[in-house]
Design a binder for this molecule. Structure first.
Ligand code: SF4
Ligand code: SF4
Length: 351
């Protein structure tokens, strides 16, 4: 488990054990959830639609065997049911805000009953933007419920009446892989629910989402030219677990994600010029586009690498990158190549 999330979860659980620290526990829980939800936001903003229904670990044991879309649906269906049917006893966000129609899901259940190809087929039907909006609404409404809870509420238990209500809701499948959820939830008090569906359950599934997206990026880069249009090496990039290269649809390079059309200005310009990369451009030294904008502290380091490719070719460039990483410990190339492309080129040539 991610160390930060695990620590925050432990702190939250400790704070939740005493009345005097109960408000701090809720604060810590919301902080943990914000950090986790940020991962979902970045994934939804970064990847193409097809990424959300792919199963790069199909058949494996564990949550990473699902899809990105399933993971989001499952986390927030469970939370919606628990927060609204059980704790607040009001209407679930799925129905109250019409997400049962707009997300496009063929089911209203938690999805536990789905297996193998059914998960991929289900995922392919979802409108990911609407799914994200649903997740965000559920998150926020749960946090409002949490903030309204008082210390005695934590001991509240759920009896047979709640079991019957949940069964009648049709939100949990009768399939043996899903039906156990109702007894599991109703066997806990509110404190127990906070410790699982609202926190630990998120961590487990969001960590699985990270594994899925890392794998998808790796698969996207397979067989693709590892030299980025701007002259950086995707094979050595510190963003490698997030970015599947600017030569694929899995491009999450910062200049791509901040561009309105999602295409890095250097990529766009090279394509318009019909060239393989900025290293083939006569205007490279003076260029201030995209990655080379002077306010980017990595501009000159990228230019130095593009100039190196122009002089020595891509093969030599990838070799010099290997040597650079053997010699120095760094994540961004500007840490070694500095802020002047002439110095950067010299350092590369001397490595
Ligand atoms: S951020 Fe740029 S260099 Fe890094 S992997 Fe993505 S395209 Fe390649
Ligand atoms: S003008 Fe700049 S962005 Fe365009 S190809 Fe040349 S170096 Fe690259």
């Amino acid at each position: 488990m991610d160390k930060n999330w695990s620590e925050m979860n432990k702190e939250m659980q400790a704070l939740l054990s005493k009345e005097v620290t109960f408000a701090d526990a809720v604060g810590k829980l919301i902080q943990l959830r914000n950090s986790l939800f940020e991962q979902i936001t970045q994934i939804v903003n970064a990847y193409p639609q097809e990424a959300f229904s792919r199963m790069p670990f199909a058949g494996a044991e564990g949550y990473h065997s699902k899809t990105l879309a399933y993971s989001i649906w499952h986390i927030f269906r469970i939370e919606d049911i628990v927060a609204h049917e059980m704790i607040a006893e009001d209407q679930q966000i799925l129905f109250a805000q019409g997400f049962d129609r707009s997300v496009g899901s063929p089911i209203i259940t938690t999805g536990n009953e789905l297996a193998g190809d059914e998960i991929a087929a289900f995922s392919g039907k979802l409108d990911i933007r609407e799914l994200y909006r649903y997740a965000l609404e559920v998150k926020q409404s749960t946090e409002q419920i949490l903030l309204r809870l008082s210390w005695p509420d934590l001991k509240r238990k759920f009896g047979e009446e709640m079991v019957g209500k949940l069964k009648r809701s049709g939100c949990v499948s009768e399939d043996e892989n899903a039906a156990w959820l109702i007894d599991y939830w109703c066997g806990k008090d509110v404190r127990g629910l906070i410790k699982m569906p609202f926190s630990r359950h998120w961590i487990m599934h969001i960590e699985a989402m990270q594994r899925i997206k890392n794998r998808l990026c790796k698969l996207a880069r397979k067989g693709v030219d590892p030299v980025a249009y701007c002259g950086l090496s995707c094979s050595h990039c510190f963003l490698g677990e997030w970015c599947g290269s600017c030569r694929t649809a899995y491009n999450t390079c910062s200049f791509a994600t901040v561009s309105p059309d999602g295409i890095c200005p250097n990529v766009k310009c090279c394509m318009e010029k019909g060239i393989d990369g900025c290293y083939e451009c006569d205007g490279l030294e003076a260029c201030e586009k995209g990655f080379y904008i002077p306010s980017n502290d990595g501009a000159d380091a990228a230019k130095a690498q593009a100039l190196y490719i122009r002089k020595h070719g891509k093969k030599e460039f990838l070799k010099v990158h290997d040597r650079l990483h053997e010699k120095y410990d760094f994540s961004k190339t500007q840490e070694i190549l500095g802020q002047d492309y002439r110095d950067g080129l010299r350092i590369l040539e001397e490595t």
